[in-house]
Design a protein around this ligand. Structure first.
Ligand code: ZN
Length: 293
């Protein structure tokens, strides 16, 4: 029988996003942006936990000191996993209450990149920010419609980025020493009728795995040739992001969303919002960690 994705855990998110594998604790973590919480799940032990943060949360990343860093609607903040306490770091959009943080990830040097989007409408009012280990925030891009997937290649010379309404995955030249990006160009476009690009991750062979919002699949791409290599169908339409995990980083964990679906759509895709597991036959790379300076 063909390799098929299966439901990992019956934990249906309104807007599941930002899956993250934590190798030390062997936990999968993801956020429910509209559910205003972080989920933790250990696939082997069947241990579940929900951390409520009390506001929309776009992304969470591990910090080198054992804490987590969150991109909340109120800005960047540390999260202590033991006390569950939040400690604000910086809020670059204090004057933009109609925006919220969306997807984010750390770069190979340990800087946290996270972007924003308008809560309503599709004006390009969002931006992409970079939080450095010193606590300084730099606006790296403006005019963003819906800031989403991020990935860096193994050589740490390219950064891949998705602004969802563009329908593309873009590539930048990336300078690991300074954290600067330049020379933006399209790596590839998603074919029409297959939804919009949302979150993504990169595998050991340098290929990108892209979640299709409204497209019921995840696809694997060669970002150099722009060729699609594989498409993995899912029983849910709003596929939001994916990451590699498991002890050998050989499983792909995929998030999805229920928010915005009609009663009728929810009847035809009852697992919407679930987390799925797929065995792709290739390994991923460990998530980068936020490095404090
Ligand atoms: Zn997303």
């Amino acid at each position: 029988m063909a390799n098929q994705p299966e439901l990992l855990v019956e934990e249906l998110a309104l807007l599941g996003e930002g899956p993250l594998w934590l190798p030390e604790s062997k936990m999968l973590m993801w956020v429910d942006i509209e559910g205003m919480c972080i989920h933790q799940y250990s696939p082997g032990m069947d241990v579940k936990e929900v951390i409520r943060v009390g506001e929309r949360i776009g992304a969470v990343v591990p910090a080198a000191d054992g804490r987590m860093v969150c991109a909340l609607q109120s800005g960047f903040a540390y999260l202590d996993l033991t006390s569950k306490g939040l400690e604000p770091i910086a809020d670059p959009e204090r004057d933009w209450p109609n925006n919220r943080f969306n997807d984010g990830k750390c770069d190979p040097a340990g800087r946290f990149w996270a972007g924003t989007m308008p809560l309503e409408g599709d004006s390009p009012a969002g931006a992409l920010y970079r939080l450095d280990g010193s606590g300084m925030v730099t606006k790296m891009l403006s005019g963003v419609g819906c800031s989403n997937g991020l990935a860096w290649d193994a050589a740490a010379t390219s950064m891949y980025y998705i602004d969802t309404p563009s329908g593309r995955v873009d590539r930048f030249d990336y300078d690991v020493l300074t954290g600067n990006i330049k020379n933006r160009r399209a790596a590839f476009h998603l074919p029409s009728g297959q939804g919009s690009p949302d979150g993504m991750t990169i595998d050991l062979e340098g290929m990108l795995w892209v979640a299709h919002w409204g497209g019921s699949c995840v696809s694997r791409w060669n970002p150099v040739t722009g060729k699609c290599l594989e498409t993995v169908s899912l029983p849910v339409s709003q596929v939001t992001s994916c990451c590699f995990g498991g002890e050998d980083l050989d499983e792909l964990y995929i998030t999805s969303a229920r928010a915005g679906l009609s009663e009728e759509q929810l009847r035809t895709e009852p697992l919407a919002g679930g987390i799925f597991k797929y065995t792709p036959g290739v390994r991923g790379v460990p998530a980068n960690v936020f490095k404090l300076k």
